[in-house]
Design a protein around this ligand. Structure first.
Ligand code: PHE
Length: 442
């Protein structure tokens, strides 16, 4: 079968932005910014996005378009008869693992969207409610299966009829809901205090760990280091421009992360809750905030729908990596590959899902199963994938080839600075963060 291409430039930009904008933006970014020095963190983060994220984003798109292959096929094509294909294999493995637990969390979000419809009673013990939800079995399994099914259905339908069609509807919805939530949040009395908490630069909160967090977040949020962008890039045509598209993706991703904080913190402060709740902010603090808010049921529903949409446009890019591999390399039918892999990934997601019930005795470095999957992905898989991709481009395939591919049809040309960043700065930064994260965890 003929390999598909995106049929419009914006189709690709929306799909790649959809991949980038996910749980990382709505759930993780606001709380790490709020607790890591506000505007001071933001500044470091934006620097990491531009100096480290952008060059890797461009590199992955260039590798993808040049080879028109899934990550394993792509490295095989550019470096035949060498072990470089293993970098692609690491990507496929990461897609597999990340999707398995990402779907579990997205399933929690879906179930909270449904729970929101009836409205949350003010005074509910939301920590207990969340605890009982994740430690039950039927409901989380049902929603995990439902979310995987949606992901599979989109990918099974193809690039143009599946991914592109869906992101053209969901991404505008995502922006619209974000703005509605910001409007609601900012018009509550006492909202200003939340903005001050979120953005007030606090240099005393900045230390080495802040840089590590900023760089890892940049990787995760731009979907780098696992071949998702290589795969999406492989459906680009010669007429598309890589440098500009990468710029848009970086901009939209940063904008939504930044704006999510505007939707969350003013409301949290206005209604008198603790902003430093960390990871529990989304599922424990926010429902409590919504319970106290006029029209809270509606806004709670919208928020969890937003979370689900953001997660879905990311999860499809993870499944696409795995499916493209079977389709390109083994000639599988796309639908069959999607259902088969979706099924398998569903099962791999069961241990993290049951980590709060049947498998609650499991501990790895003190972490439960879900956090363990997340740790391997964020500390080992993605940074290693990114590091090896940068080394591949800088020293094997050659930054000249990457620049030539990226500059085709782009009016914004890259050159010296890109080559310098990809050869020296990106690898050095990643080696430092992997080392520090390992030291910290063990
Ligand atoms: N970028 C997504 C997020 O921020 C996560 C993701 C990682 C998606 C890797 C695809 C590949 O949630």
């Amino acid at each position: 079968m003929e390999r598909e291409n995106w049929t419009s430039k914006f189709g690709f930009i929306l799909a790649a932005s959809g991949s980038a904008i996910g749980l990382g933006n709505i759930w993780r970014f606001p709380y790490i910014t709020g607790t890591n020095g506000g505007a001071a963190f933001l500044l470091i983060y934006i620097t990491a996005i531009i100096l480290i994220g952008y060059p890797v984003l461009i590199s992955e798109m260039a590798i993808g378009r040049k080879t028109a292959r899934n990550p394993i096929g792509a490295f095989k094509k550019l470096a035949p008869d060498t072990p470089w294909w293993l970098v692609g294999a690491l990507g496929v493995l990461s897609g597999f693992v990340i999707l398995s637990y990402y779907s579990v969390v997205a399933g929690w979000g879906m179930s909270y969207a449904v729970k929101s419809i009836g409205g949350f009673a003010d005074g509910t013990d939301f920590a207990a409610l969340f605890g009982s939800h994740i430690s039950s079995t039927f409901s989380p399994i049902f929603w995990h299966a439902a979310f995987m099914f949606l992901t599979v259905a989109v990918i099974g339908a193809g690039i143009v009829n599946g991914i592109q069609k869906v992101v053209k509807v969901l991404m505008p919805m995502l922006f619209l809901i974000t703005f509605l939530l910001i409007f609601r949040s900012l018009t509550l009395e006492g909202a200003l205090k939340g903005l001050i908490f979120y953005l007030k630069p606090d240099l005393s909160a900045v230390n080495l760990q802040t840089f590590v967090d900023a760089i890892s977040q940049a990787f995760f949020t731009l979907s780098l280091g696992m071949g998702a962008i290589i795969t999406y890039g492989s459906y680009l045509s010669e007429n598309d421009n890589i440098n500009e598209s990468a710029g848009y993706v970086m901009f939209f991703d940063t904008a939504v992360a930044f704006l999510a904080g505007f939707a969350i913190f003013p409301a949290v402060f206005a209604l008198g809750f603790d902003p430093a709740a960390g990871p529990g902010l989304t599922f424990i603090t926010l429902p409590a905030v919504f319970a106290k808010m006029p029209l809270g049921a509606l806004f709670s529903f919208l928020f969890f729908i937003l979370l689900t949409i953001a997660a879905l446009t990311s999860s499809i890019s993870m499944l696409e990596v795995v499916v493209a591999f079977l389709v390109d390399e083994y000639g599988w039918n796309r639908k069959k590959a999607s259902y088969f892999m979706g099924f398998l990934i569903f099962f791999v997601g069961l241990p993290p899902l049951l980590g709060y019930s049947s498998f609650s005795n499991f501990r790895f470095l003190g972490m439960d199963v879900l956090d363990t999957y997340d740790w391997f992905s964020n500390v080992i898989f993605l940074p290693t994938g990114g590091l090896l991709t940068a080394i591949f481009v800088g020293y094997y395939w050659g930054s000249t080839n990457a620049v030539e591919e990226a500059n085709k049809n782009s009016s914004f040309k890259i050159g010296k600075s890109y080559r310098f960043l990809i050869k020296y700065i990106v690898p050095a930064a990643i080696i430092i963060i992997i080392t520090l994260s390992l030291i910290n965890s063990i």
